[in-house]
Design a protein around this ligand. Structure first.
Ligand code: XMP
Length: 326
């Protein structure tokens, strides 16, 4: 369709009015491109795919088929939000696949980080392809490619994990936000009526909590991680740090220490807080979280999350530490 080069004359989308104009143009273009055919989209719940979904629903309604694969490594409440916003709110044609058992089964006993990533990425393609093959007469594949993806990587967004679609499906791409920068995508998402909690979401790695449940993933430790992470996010939101800190999360390593609870020995995992600021994720600095808040988070996590008996704070900038632990 249109080219992969952003024209110098293209105005930066900073207001609702500019976003509405962009949306109206794209709705027309998409209708022209797609006609009465069907379009498939892997809807992760991240900012880019969510905005593309909302835009395409506006343009072609139920001709868009969204597939949300829950790999069991989502943050607490994220898959539920995808269903609530898109299926219940926008009446989307949404296929929800809970593939938790498949992913966790394959990951059982696998401790090596790169191997974990490969398994998660590979299985994602597998599950998505299985669904795609079940659908009849799909001619187009929508992707949440944005302009930095084109500048950085030749237009293919690796973590969208749809690069492995079978050749014989011969799907033409629909990429309505490919000339936009991230901040513009967020403005467009808000103009489309998506909730701020979705549009302003922090970056979340494709392998999800899989790279934060360190070493070989077990269900009990993954559960503890998800609950502790939810508490961290809730406390950051309640104390004005949401939207101020670039990325924050919990990592839970695969070892235990001795503790005491209710006068009894209580062995548990540590929850490690990581909260960083960055411009481009190539380098990162540490957010200085107020001590009172750290104490509160520690109290809540150690009392509310089964299996966690210590809370630690990661003070390591990038470099030397990467943002994710694995
Ligand atoms: P690192 O850990 O390399 O992370 O300092 C830099 C940024 O990239 C995110 N990240 C990923 N994003 N798929 C993604 O889509 C991945 O496999 C992945 N690994 C890391 C990370 O969360 C941080 O924002």
């Amino acid at each position: 369709m249109n080219s992969n080069v952003r024209p110098d004359t293209m105005e930066r989308i900073t207001t609702k009015e500019l976003a509405d104009k962009f949306i109206a143009e794209q709705v027309e273009l998409v209708r022209k491109q797609v006609g009465d055919k069907k379009v498939l989209l892997a809807l992760s719940g991240g900012v880019d795919s969510s905005v593309v979904a909302a835009l395409l629903i506006k343009a072609i309604g139920k001709q868009l088929v969204c597939v949300h694969v829950n790999h069991g490594l989502m943050r607490k409440g994220e898959s539920e939000q995808v269903i609530e916003v898109f299926k219940e709110g926008l009446d989307a044609n949404l296929i929800y696949i809970d593939a938790t058992d498949r992913f966790l089964g394959l990951l059982e006993g696998v401790a090596e980080p790169e191997k974990k990533r490969k398994i998660i990425g590979g299985e994602f393609i597998e599950v998505f392809n299985e669904e795609a093959k079940k659908l009849e007469s799909v001619d187009f594949l929508a992707q949440g490619t944005i302009y930095p993806d084109i500048l950085e990587s030749d237009g293919v967004k690796a973590h969208h994990n749809v690069g492995g679609l079978p050749e014989d499906m011969k799907l033409e791409l629909v990429e309505p936000v490919k000339l936009l920068y991230k901040d513009e995508v967020r403005v467009v998402g808000k103009a489309l009526g998506l909730p701020a909690s979705m549009v302003d979401r922090q970056p979340f790695p494709g392998p999800g909590l899989g790279v934060r449940c360190l070493g070989a993933i077990t269900r009990d430790r993954l559960h503890a991680l998800r609950e502790a992470d939810a508490i961290l996010r809730e406390e950051f939101a309640n104390n004005g740090l949401e939207g101020k800190v670039w990325q924050y999360f919990i990592a839970v390593p695969d070892f235990k220490s001795v503790g005491v609870k209710d006068d009894k020995r209580y062995e548990g995992w540590p929850a490690i807080i990581r909260a960083v600021n960055t411009v481009d994720a190539m380098t990162a600095t540490i957010e200085e979280i107020p001590y009172a808040l750290l104490h509160r988070i520690t109290d809540r996590i150690t009392s509310e999350v089964p299996g966690i008996n210590r809370v630690l704070l990661d003070l390591t900038p990038k470099p030397i530490g990467t943002i994710e632990w694995e």
